[in-house]
Design a protein around this ligand. Structure first.
Ligand code: TXA
Ligand code: MG
Length: 315
């Protein structure tokens, strides 16, 4: 689709009119609405069945739009934006009063990112307002990486088709108040972030305290059949379990010969990340999906985070 398409113009118009629209980004597809219109944003929560305390990411097309939603920009955020925007990094800022509470789940902060996707940027510009958008899946389901995924979950939604999402996993979320920390691992790796902020860590999730990022406390990405995740060293255990009937194995390309019924996740970490949600969304006709994990380095950390959240058992 191009910005000159009729459907694109209708999408921008719907956003201006306070309706929800399916939007492409380089990470995953989003379910977007005018971030400054509480009524429009409420429609997102309703469509997704999303708990109201789980805040949304606000998407902007340029720096001037940032100043409409945030109160101040800490120096470390300037550095991060310089390096990673437009791109798959979401930064949590102190919010302006103009951002309705429904967007932020009542928090005094707002999460913002500038996507690196021409059609997404053109759509935000055409709508003329910042766009609040969570991933365009019903709460708990795997995130969508193609327009077809979104159509399957929301058949009546107007969707701007921007092709297959390049990264296939969501943005990395970083807090910059106090000690900068990662609230959600994502498409930008910890190693890349450390080139800008040496020593930055992933926030520990302590069950007794309020979660640093509310979305982290919910079960996510669940496929239709139980997913059993095997750590990379547990190949022998996986081979045993894979012998039983009605089990499908998902593993890195090079391990395919080890199992009777195996499907490739891809070979590089980038390929695996890009394929992951599509694979979790397939109708497997199997009793269990057995997944061989990958080392938690670079994008591997993000892939394993999503798999751990999707898993009903970890071996
Ligand atoms: O790549 C992405 O980030 C995609 C695309 C559409 O941009 N969006 C996305 O949104 O993944 P969602 O709603 O599925 O995840 C947003 C995450 C949640 O974990 C949420 O808790 C966290 O961001 N978040 C949002 N606002 C926050 C805030 N003010 N403070 C802390 N965490 C926040
Ligand atoms: Mg999501």
């Amino acid at each position: 689709m191009k910005p000159t398409d009729d459907r694109f113009a209708r999408a921008a118009e719907r956003l201006r009119a306070g309706e929800i629209v399916g939007i492409p980004t380089e990470t995953v597809y989003g379910l977007g609405a005018n971030a400054l219109d509480a009524g429009a944003v409420a429609k997102i929560f309703e469509a997704k069945g999303r708990p109201s305390d789980n805040p949304l990411i606000v998407h902007i097309s340029d720096r001037a739009m940032l100043d409409r939603v945030v109160r101040s920009v800490p120096p470390v955020a300037e550095k991060l934006m310089q390096r990673f925007w437009p791109g798959a990094l979401t930064i949590v800022f102190p919010k302006r009063a103009e951002v309705p509470d429904v967007v932020t789940g009542g928090l005094p902060t707002v999460a913002v990112r500038m996507p690196r996707h021409d059609l997404a940027l053109a759509l935000i510009r055409a709508a003329g307002v910042p766009i609040a958008a969570p991933s365009a899946n019903p709460s708990g389901r795997p995130s969508p990486t193609t327009a077809a995924h979104v159509r399957r979950d929301f058949p009546r939604l107007l969707i701007v088709d921007g092709g297959r999402a390049e990264h296939g996993v969501e943005s990395t979320v970083v807090a910059v108040d106090g000690t900068p920390r990662v609230l959600r691992v994502g498409a930008i790796t910890l190693e890349q972030l450390r080139e800008v902020i040496p020593g930055i860590k992933v926030a520990e999730h302590v069950d007794t305290a309020p979660p640093p990022s509310p979305g982290m406390k919910y079960r996510h990405y669940a496929p239709e059949v139980p997913l059993i995740l095997f750590r990379p060293t547990k190949i022998t255990e996986l081979q045993k379990r894979a012998k039983e009937r009605a089990r499908v194995v998902l593993c890195r390309e090079r391990y395919l010969p080890l199992f009777p019924r195996a499907v490739s996740l891809g070979e590089s970490d980038e390929e695996i990340a890009a394929n992951l949600f599509d694979l979790l969304r397939r109708d497997w006709q199997a009793r269990e999906l057995l997944v061989l994990g990958i080392p938690k380095r670079g994008l591997g950390r993000t892939v394993m985070d999503r798999l751990e959240k999707a898993a009903s058992e970890i071996v």
